[in-house]
Design a protein around this ligand. Structure first.
Ligand code: BGC
Length: 740
């Protein structure tokens, strides 16, 4: 009892058991010493001057001066032990010596880059995803970075949207699990650890649902859909203690996310009780003027802070307007205190008040310049992200002793492009990136020959290199074609209206195919592409996304069978752009098409099958997996009972391999209609050839809950189909009846 009084007494004084002040106490004390301008200063973030990740309007001398005056809380795009130290020194000249936070887009690796995030998602390997962020955090923090603007947890059903490369794909469940793994990796043992960076769940919210897949476009959807499909990864991130949120450029049903009280005040900071802070997206506060939501910068600042934006990234509106607005009584000073307090809390938690330079350590940075362990992991992660889409007559894996191999295509000898989009650092670091040519060459037998021809450029109409490529193919026993879209054709502001191979690459492929040589096609992309001719005519296709520093080695590991491919698509691949959005968890409609031939008054196109080219969850292996014996613990359940599900998976092929076993459900009838399938679980398992494994899942009523039209989140009694299989189309099904 005494101990309880002791604890209570200390916490009333704002102290912990050791008599030290708690963070809340330190924040309150500091706030009480700060002027209004200094508080608003904490809410200001500028970009550094070397590279910008958005439209910049900076006057560098003025920014440096403002830091010294305590009018800047954070810088982005300032990195490196030396540079961060120099900037921090300026902040230490300010009246209250409040340290700066350094943020950076550490999106898929840092010094060692990993597959672009959609590729990582294709691994369905949460352990590897977490580990990759652990490595990214260790490397980035050694370069003085405190904060990454990741994970992007935007669910996206439209591959025209360029930013699908940065996200987890189309599924809410998978996307949530991936988001959580990434946050865990970034934040490690917790804020304050020297190798942890603050994570940022972005872009809040529904940025991935831009109309027409055009970046920054409006989002118009029911609140039910918003809550059910787009918000769960954010809610989970908040519950997991993600340090920050970033809002988004889009409007949601007419209200820009940046000033959206419903999502930021009612949900995030209200119902979800989130304690971190929200940074705007680059310039998004000022952009409420062209949106037509604020008539000038004063109104933009007012609406943004009322709406819950705590930090202004590069709009340069908060410092210009907020002090005035507070003095005029238009903005309650409590809102400023709350926002500045949230930001200061993170600075305390990061240990920056104890030592503002603790992350700016040249020795640590040096250790991460070319970390071999990290590269080794990157190589493995790359191969696990590759998806085998076709392997007619088991052309793959290739023998290392094939006499002559030709590598043809514009990406064969590329280095930097293997980074993919969003690799803001080390673009000039060409020496360390393993090209596809080098990766393949390193694994081919020394008596074999690797020929190379570029064939064409990535994105123009020049066919003058075709002849040489055809000649090269003729000399080879096997041709490996490396085609796709340019590495900077996906990413921010990289929406495409047509999503095939760019330029004349498909024509090149057709010319090479005429030689009759066996062809293995590697597709480099940051999104699902449409490549029907290739899918129908080329015997072997591997989807390699962009794989990062070790790309060439990861690719060669798959091509020569050192690693058996086990990746599965995290997005549906359409047949044509006209089919978009096409996603597996759609509703059935009142007139579902039963097959692809009868199109009479059913929900179908008269000129196109409804099926996608490749379904969600699809991916082949060099071995064969056979599913049998779907067993349910009961077919009649009541209330909170658990449903145990098991399935037997046998490796009946010739190689050891990994399989992602997927669990879907369908709620047959509901207060609101339910999707034809919903992913509810998955297990990635390794099975040796000739062996069999039993895979088990458990469902509870919690997994059956959905939002009704009044936003109640609950489950309904009724019948449910339980489906387990190798992808979203190929499943075994059993039905249960579940009463309340
Ligand atoms: C992007 C954000 C990014 C920020 C800073 C914006 O344009 O939308 O995702 O974190 O720039 O680079």
């Amino acid at each position: 009892m005494k101990r309880v009084y002791f604890l209570l007494a200390f916490s009333a004084l704002g102290m912990n058991v050791y008599g030290q002040k708690t963070t809340d106490q330190r924040v309150a004390e500091l706030l009480s010493k700060m002027t209004l301008e200094e508080k608003v200063g904490q809410m200001v973030q500028y970009s550094g001057f070397e590279y910008a990740t958005g439209p910049q309007h900076s006057n560098s001398a003025a920014v440096l001066d403002e830091i010294k005056k305590g009018k800047v809380g954070s810088m982005l795009n300032v990195a490196g032990a030396e540079e961060t130290r120099a900037f921090q020194k300026l902040a230490m000249q300010s009246r209250l010596k409040i340290p700066l936070l350094f943020g950076q887009d550490v999106i898929h690796g840092y010094r060692t880059t990993f597959p672009v995030n959609i590729g990582q998602a294709a691994s369905w390997d949460l352990g590897m995803i977490e580990k990759s962020e652990r490595i990214a955090a260790t490397e980035a923090s050694a370069y003085g970075i405190h904060w990454t603007f990741a994970p992007m947890v935007d669910i996206a059903r439209d591959p025209r949207w360029g930013r699908v490369m940065e996200g987890p794909g189309e599924d809410t469940y998978l996307g949530t699990q991936i988001g959580l793994a990434r946050i865990k990796g970034f934040q490690g043992k917790g804020l304050g650890s020297l190798d942890a960076v603050m994570a940022c769940a972005k872009h809040f919210a529904a940025y991935g649902a831009a109309v027409g897949g055009r970046d920054y476009n409006s989002v118009d959807m029911s609140l039910r859909q918003l809550n059910e499909t787009y918000l769960p990864p954010f809610k989970a991130a908040s519950e997991a203690g993600v340090a920050t949120f970033m809002n988004s450029f889009n409007d949601i049903n007419g209200i820009p996310a940046t000033a959206n009280q419903y999502i930021q005040r009612n949900l995030l900071k209200g119902k979800w009780n989130y304690k971190g802070f929200v940074v705007s997206d680059w310039g998004s506060i000022g952009e409420m003027i062209p949106h037509g939501y604020a008539k000038d910068t004063a109104e933009a600042a007012e609406k943004a802070i009322q709406g819950g934006s705590d930090m202004d990234m590069e709009s340069r509106v908060y410092m210009a307007e907020l002090p005035k607005l507070v003095k005029e009584g238009k903005v309650d000073t409590k809102l400023v205190d709350d926002a500045a307090g949230r930001i200061l809390t993170k600075k305390f938690e990061m240990g920056l008040f104890d030592d503002p330079y603790r992350f700016s350590n040249e020795k640590r940075q040096k250790e991460q310049v070319n970390n071999q362990e990290n590269r080794k992991f990157g190589r493995e992660f790359g191969s696990k992200s590759i998806v085998l889409l076709k392997n007619k007559d088991n052309i793959l894996p290739l023998s290392k002793t094939v006499k002559t191999v030709a590598l043809i295509g514009p990406f064969g000898k590329e280095t930097v492009s293997n980074h993919g989009f969003w690799s803001v650092a080390f673009k000039d670091d060409t020496q360390r990136i393993v090209s596809q040519f080098d990766g393949i060459k390193n694994q081919l037998d020394k008596n074999s020959t690797l020929l190379y021809a570029k064939g064409c450029n990535v994105d123009d109409q020049d066919k003058t290199m075709f002849a040489e490529a055809v000649e090269t193919a003729r000399k080879a026993d096997v041709v490996i074609m490396t085609l796709g879209e340019g590495h900077a054709m996906s990413g921010e502001a990289k929406s495409r209206s047509t999503i095939g191979f760019s330029g004349v690459q498909e024509e090149l492929l057709k010319e090479i195919a005429k030689t009759g040589k066996p062809i293995v096609l590697m597709i480099n992309a940051g999104r699902p592409l449409i490549f029907n001719w290739a899918a129908d005519h080329i015997p072997a296709i591997v989807y390699t996304w962009w794989l990062g520093t070790e790309a060439g080695n990861s690719i060669a590991d798959i091509l020569f069978g050192t690693v058996n491919p086990g990746g599965k698509l995290p997005m549906t691949f359409p047949r044509t752009e006209g089919q978009i959005p096409v996603y597996y968890n759609h509703y059935n409609t009142g007139r579902p098409a039963k097959n692809n031939t009868d199109r009479n008054y059913v929900s179908a196109y008269i000129d196109l099958d409804n099926d996608p080219k490749f379904p969600f969850g699809f991916g082949l292996s060099y071995t064969e997996f056979t599913y049998s014996d779907l067993v349910l613990s009961s077919e009649n359940l009541k209330g909170d009972q658990k449903l145990n599900i098991s399935v037997t998976v046998s490796n009946t092929g010739k190689y050891d391999g990994e399989e992602v076993v997927q669990l879907y459900i369908r709620d047959l009838f509901g207060k609101v209609v339910r999707p034809v399938k919903e992913l509810k679980g998955f297990k990635k398992i390794f099975i040796k050839k000739g062996e069999t494994k039993k895979v088990e899942f458990t469902l509870t009523p919690e997994n059956l809950k959905f939002f009704d039209d009044e936003l109640n989140f609950d489950w309904e009694a009724g019948e449910f189909d339980i489906m387990v299989g190798t992808n979203s189309q190929n499943v075994q099904t059993k039905r249960v009846n579940w009463v309340k």
